[in-house]
Design a protein. Structure first.
Length: 366
């Protein structure tokens, strides 16, 4: 048994549970150095260790014996602030890996929406004009017209992308997308603004469309994905048409801008940036607007945010409901993934249909 232990599975499980090597070592009474050697395959643990770690995480011992491929770095589009701690990134990546395994299981049991988003250019993107053109093509292909996108989560799921969330561990990590057979977007619930969450999803769509097979995370690819997101959420022609309603004679009409925000479900900060992007605002005018938002306490959370309905993922919930009708419950799904039902519910962030309890009635003979 000891020679089959897969240290990468222990590392993923530890990161999923937001534990450092020191944290886990103190709970299991092992040194950080020993755990590191186990995770990296430098040493093989004995049966006592395997039993102890399996009991602590409440998973079967076989969990650590599986040999499954792990996500590679070039499959991950990781959007985060540059100051984000590596540990936060590791936690989100671990959740992404388990969601990927769950998605593969669901694909084997159900007919999920076909993933049909493809890169529209074979050559590397070299200009913002090209991004505007590509975004226009996407809107046409996806049947969005020129109006506001009513629900970004639903748009992604309709085109075969699995959208999920992770608990509010830190606002430093924005979002994560996994370029797998069926792409997965992982959002951060720490972001209270629906507008900013919508922008994150549009940003991740930008990576799928613009950066197929390209390593991301550098200044250029992040800027390009941001441009795509801005253009997708507010088409150029509509921004130019409505711009004079909230900016005229060198003055902002904040009341009209607020109405524009509620219609398009885009933050005022992002609207200002989009206007500057299209040359409608100068750098000085844009900066003036940003300073005003900060002075009014709207630098992060804007006063209209609570008026915009939250957009919850629907695809996974629908899958679990359909499987339950087929008598496949959380325990069955978890068993197929070599985990337990509580782990599965923690992973997807929702209560799942469980196996009905059978009550045994014992009749006493008189």
């Amino acid at each position: 048994m000891t020679t089959e232990f897969n240290g990468l599975e222990l590392k993923l499980l530890r990161q999923f549970n937001e534990l450092s090597l020191e944290d886990l070592g103190s709970k299991l009474d092992y040194t950080r150095q020993y755990l590191h050697k186990v995770e990296t395959g430098q040493t093989s643990p004995n049966d006592q260790f395997i039993d102890k770690v399996a009991h602590y995480f409440n998973v079967p011992q076989s969990f650590f014996m599986q040999l499954k491929p792990i996500l590679q770095e070039d499959q991950i589009h990781f959007r985060s602030n540059r100051t984000a701690k590596v540990s936060f990134k590791q936690i989100v990546i671990a959740r992404g890996e388990y969601i990927r395994r769950l998605t593969e299981y669901l694909d084997s049991k159900l007919k999920l929406p076909k993933y049909d988003i493809q890169a529209l250019e074979d050559d590397p993107i070299t200009s913002n004009i090209a991004i505007e053109h590509i975004t226009t093509q996407c809107r046409e292909k996806w049947g969005l017209g020129l109006g506001p996108i009513s629900n970004m989560v639903r748009l992604c799921e309709t085109h075969g992308i699995v959208v999920t969330t992770f608990p509010s561990i830190s606002k430093e990590v924005d979002a994560l997308s996994l370029a797998t057979k069926r792409p997965i977007f992982v959002r951060n619930e720490a972001k209270e603004s629906v507008c900013r969450q919508r922008f994150d999803l549009a940003h991740e769509l930008g990576h799928l469309v613009l950066h197929d097979g390209i390593m991301t995370g550098d200044r250029l690819t992040e800027s390009q994905a941001n441009h795509f997101a801005s253009a997708l959420l507010i088409p150029q022609v509509m921004m130019r048409t409505h711009f004079p309603t909230w900016y005229k004679n060198g003055r902002f009409n904040w009341s009209k801008l607020s109405e524009f925000k509620r219609t398009w479900k885009v933050s005022k900060a992002a609207i200002l940036y989009r206007a500057k992007q299209l040359g409608l605002l100068t750098q000085e005018q844009y900066t003036s607007g940003v300073i005003y938002l900060k002075k009014t306490g709207e630098g992060i959370t804007e006063k209209e945010d609570h008026l915009i309905p939250n957009e919850k993922p629907e695809l996974l919930n629908t899958c679990f409901t359909i499987l339950a009708k087929k008598k496949i419950f959380a325990e069955d799904i978890a068993n197929s993934l070599n985990i337990n039902a509580d782990f599965l519910e923690n992973l997807v962030g929702m209560d799942l249909p469980r196996k009905p309890r059978i009550l045994k009635i014992v009749e006493e003979s008189t």
